[in-house]
Ligand binder design. Structure first.
Ligand code: 0GY
Length: 297
């Protein structure tokens, strides 16, 4: 029986008609953080999900990739699909080598399942510590999953709120793999770049050279808002200029759980030259770093 899913009341659907960005990404540029949602009648949303989104299927993602001037995508499993990676895997399988994936796994996943995911392009797993998205687990749970994938050469993507970094410090600083932090650890951008909160995140990257950051999601972090999201620029610029070989950029399409506005994806692309101010930095951010991590690892 096919289940029909309805998005949550008040759910903001992704932008139907984004503008063409003025900034043109370099050849082979990678959108290193995006998702596919359903469609729910083919890939049902997980019973344990905390939200039900509007469907956002692979064909739409690939069309947006081309429209924005990107060549490749990294599709990150979103919590609304739980640990059923089939929508993401299906998108990878039809991307003709132009997409890689980051999965969510649970204890008990078999080596054969991991090998199948590797063959189709999965190169990492995501540990999500954001309490509104997933129920927290004991530390041993996360360590067990990391051990399972470290031997495949995969990396770990982590998503946490700035306030939770201190609590997760011990785990995050003892992972044996490359660790990619989503959205700069979600700083409060009304605080200073040189302040204590962002300082702890900078310390994480300074002291641990296996830690990378996505300088993504100005739309989630900004108080000043669209189209420039200018209050986020100093934070992202600092990370890009201090750790140029360990940064990634992504659209975060289709932007789940946005409450007040839905970004125009063209505007998000136009943030890039403000946070990566030279051709060299932009090439590292959009091409060299994601290619190394996702296509050459
Ligand atoms: C993001 C951010 C969010 C959601 C998820 O997996 C997810 O459900 O990542 C969020 O709500 O902040 O990176 O897409």
């Amino acid at each position: 029986m096919t289940t029909t899913f309805f998005p949550d009341a008040g759910w903001l659907p992704h932008h139907a008609n984004p503008s063409r960005p003025a900034y043109v990404p370099p050849p082979r540029a990678v959108d290193a953080h995006c998702h596919v949602f359903g469609p729910g009648h083919l890939f049902p949303y997980a019973p344990e999900r905390k939200y039900t989104p509007t469907d956002a299927a692979k064909a739409e993602l690939f069309a947006l990739r081309d429209f924005l001037g990107f060549d490749r995508s990294v599709i990150v499993q979103a919590t609304c699909h739980g640990a059923d990676n089939s929508a993401m895997v299906d998108a990878l399988a039809s991307a003709q080598g132009r997409a890689r994936g980051v999965a969510t796994i649970r204890p008990g996943v078999s080596r054969a399942e991991l090998a199948d995911m590797h063959a189709v392009g999965v190169r990492g797993i995501r540990l999500n510590f954001v309490k509104r998205l997933v129920d927290p687990k004991p530390v041993g749970y996360y360590r067990g999953l990391v051990d399972l994938v470290a031997e495949l050469g995969w990396h770990i993507v982590v998503y946490f709120e700035a306030a939770d970094l201190a609590e997760r410090w011990n785990l995050l600083t003892t992972l044996p793999t490359t660790v990619v932090v989503d959205h700069m650890g979600r700083p409060d951008v009304s605080r200073p770049v040189g302040g204590e909160e962002f300082g702890l995140f900078v310390r994480l990257m300074t002291e641990h050279d296996n830690v990378w950051s996505k300088v993504s999601c100005p739309e989630r972090l900004s108080v000043s808002g669209p189209p420039e999201y200018s209050d986020v620029h100093p934070f992202a610029r600092y990370i890009v200029e201090t750790f140029p070989d360990r940064v990634l950029w992504g659209t975060d399409w289709p932007h789940p759980n946005m409450k007040r506005h839905m970004p125009d994806d063209g505007h998000l692309v136009d943030v890039i030259p403000h946070i990566a101010r030279t051709d060299d930095l932009r090439r590292k951010l959009l091409v060299d770093n994601p290619t190394r991590l996702y296509w050459e690892a």
